[in-house]
Design a protein. Sequence first.
Length: 180
Amino acid sequence: MSDYPQYPSYPNDPKQPYGGGAPAPVRPSSIDNAVKLMYVGAGLSLLSLVLGLVTLGGLKDDITESMRDADPNVSQSTIDVAYTTSLAMIFVIGLLGVLLWVWMAWKNGQGRSWARVVATVLGVLNVLITLLSLGQPGSTAVSTIFNLLTVALAVVILVLLWKRESTQYYEAVTRSRMVY
C-alpha cells in the first residue's frame, strides 16, 4: 500500500480495469438521427459549395460591371483582385459550413451539452439568414432550394436535439464525466 492519497479517477478511465465512474449512457435514437442528419447537412453544404463554384460564370462580369459603375477608371488588376477575393471568400465560407456541420455532428454525438447549444444558435441563425435572403437579387433557383433544404434539415435536427430523451442523454453524459 502506498503512502500517497488515493484520488478519484475520471469516469470510464481506460486505466481503470472496470471503469472508474458511471457507465457511459446509451445514445438514444433521437441523437443518432440528429447526427446522421448533420452529416447529410455537411454533404448538402459540400454539394452546394461545388455547385456554387461551378456556376460562377457571371461573377467576374458582375464584379467588373459593379466596379466600373462605381469608378469608370478602375484598373483590370483591381477587378482581378476583387474577383479572386470573392472566390476565396466563397470557398472559405462554404468549407467552414461543411466543417461546422461535421463538428456539430461529432460533438452532439458525444453528448456534449455545449454542442447542443451551439447547434441551436447556428440553426436559428441559418433559419433567419435564409428567410432574410429569400427573394434577394442574384439568388438562383438551385441556391434557394439548397437553402430551404438546409433550413428544413436544421429545424428537424433541433427538434431531435431537444427531445426529452435527448435531454436525458446530455444530462447522463455530463454526470458520467464528473469526477467523484
